[in-house]
Write a protein that binds this ligand. Structure first.
Ligand SMILES: [Zn+2]
Length: 202
């Protein structure tokens, strides 16, 4: 694995998307490009990501768990993308998520701790993932779906939650600065007046 600073930066987890399930989608960086970045390539990395989201499972994370986590991003993203673009929910992806939730029922075991309300640790990574898929479908089928947006940067297209409705780019500073530079260039080239309909207002 490359160990330059820049590479370290691109493989860093993104925890700023607004929900655990959105952060899971962001474990695949630059996914629309031919060279996506995999941020959970190993059991250790997936375990670290789960720990950051307070979802450390009771059983150790395995290679199969890594494959499952990577795989689940696809149907979640497909449904989320349809939600954001106002297109019909893709039946195959919906069916896959429904099947996964059916097969990995994760009962809610609440703990009243000194630090506040907690849930018992998930038995395994599949149970942890089922909590994340549950959060995704709750938000995608409920009113929170109205806060979802996709970053307009073509090599990002990252999905994020924007409850304020004021964000144009995802919370990554890189996307906002690239987008602003592009918008500035476009304005300087004098193409803003006729082409404004193709880009959202800031
Ligand atoms: Zn972005």
């Amino acid at each position: 694995m490359p160990h330059a600073d820049a590479a370290d930066d691109t493989t860093a987890f993104r925890l700023d998307c607004g929900a655990t399930w959105l952060n899971l989608l962001a474990t695949q960086g630059r996914h629309p490009t031919p060279t996506p970045i995999e941020r959970i390539p190993t059991p250790d990395r997936l375990a670290a990501w789960l720990a950051l989201h307070e979802l450390t499972p009771a059983a150790p994370v395995t290679e199969d768990d890594v494959a499952l986590a990577q795989h689940l991003r696809r149907p979640i993203r497909a449904v989320a993308w349809a939600t954001i673009t106002g297109t019909p929910a893709p039946e195959e992806a919906v069916g896959e998520l429904a099947r996964f939730l059916r097969e990995h029922d994760d009962p809610v075991a609440l703990l009243a701790t000194d630090e506040g309300l907690r849930r018992a640790a998930p038995d395994g990574t599949a149970a942890a993932l089922s909590r994340i898929v549950r959060q995704a479908v709750d938000q995608l089928a409920g009113s929170e779906r109205l806060t979802l947006k996709a970053c307009p940067e073509q090599d990002c297209l990252g999905l994020f939650s924007d409850p304020t409705g004021r964000r144009r780019w995802c919370p990554s500073p890189a996307c906002a600065s690239r987008g602003r530079v592009r918008a500035l260039r476009a304005r300087r080239a004098g193409i803003q007046s006729d082409d404004m309909t193709t880009s959202a207002p800031e």
